[in-house]
Write a protein that binds this ligand. Structure first.
Ligand code: SAM
Length: 206
């Protein structure tokens, strides 16, 4: 996949009326869906997983500036690194998926088959990967936590970052921030799971 989908032509419905099929319609209309499908088809509930990952893209997209180098760290991205995969096809950002459960043979084969660029992973806890990630060349950095089973405030304290998206599931007390500035937040009714509470976070000023 040489070029990402042109997001500039996609309507952003984040602030509009909720329509539960919206994210799936927007994904399935695009040629990139054929590449995404092998990863998502492995899930027990592919539609649910697609909408969770797309929620991160929909809510962070207003913070993605065209033509600016960008890195996106996807924390707790699961065995199949699906949110990193989605961002790799839909944006020009450098994507790094971080999860101790990453299925490396599977994601390597997927990256090769579809010639996906800007898609890496660390088969590691974020705690163990944080130092190496902090030493990467400086770049504007976004972070996603899609139903990640981590303490978001504590993990953000380990990273250099400029905005973050978190979608909570079974551990909202640690998956939602209690300390960071909130750019916007709410219930994303386009997410086809019970865990729909999200926040877009900004780092401390100064
Ligand atoms: C409910 S799964 C969500 C997976 C994926 N985001 C999804 O929506 O399909 C929670 C994930 O958090 C990961 N996780 C737990 N502790 C972690 C840590 N310290 N660093 C990175 N990932 C972690 C688990 O390995 C697991 O894959």
């Amino acid at each position: 996949m040489s070029e990402p989908d042109d997001l500039a032509n996609e309507p952003n419905h984040c602030g509009g009326s909720p329509a539960q099929g919206d994210y799936l319609d927007r994904l399935m209309r695009r040629a990139s869906f054929a590449a995404l499908w092998p990863l998502f088809a492995k899930a027990t509930k592919p539609a649910k997983e697609l909408t969770e990952s797309f929620s991160a893209l929909a809510h962070l997209r207003p913070l993605i500036r065209a033509s600016e180098p960008l890195r996106v760290l996807h924390i707790g991205d699961g065995a199949h690194a699906r949110t990193a995969a989605l961002f790799s096809l839909k944006t020009r950002a450098e994507n790094i998926s971080v999860d101790p459960l990453v299925n490396e043979p599977l994601v390597e084969a997927w990256r090769t088959q579809f010639e996906v660029r800007r898609f890496e992973w660390r088969k590691s806890s974020i705690e163990d990967a944080a130092l190496e990630l902090a030493q990467l060349p400086p770049m504007r950095t976004l972070v996603t936590f899609v139903h990640a089973h981590v303490n978001v405030d504590r993990v953000l304290g380990l990273l250099n970052w400029h905005a973050a998206f978190t979608l909570a599931c079974c551990l909202p007390g640690i998956q939602l921030s209690a300390t960071h500035r909130i750019h916007h937040s709410g219930l994303d009714l386009n997410v086809l799971s019970a865990g729909r509470s999200y926040q877009v976070l900004l780092p401390p000023t100064g």
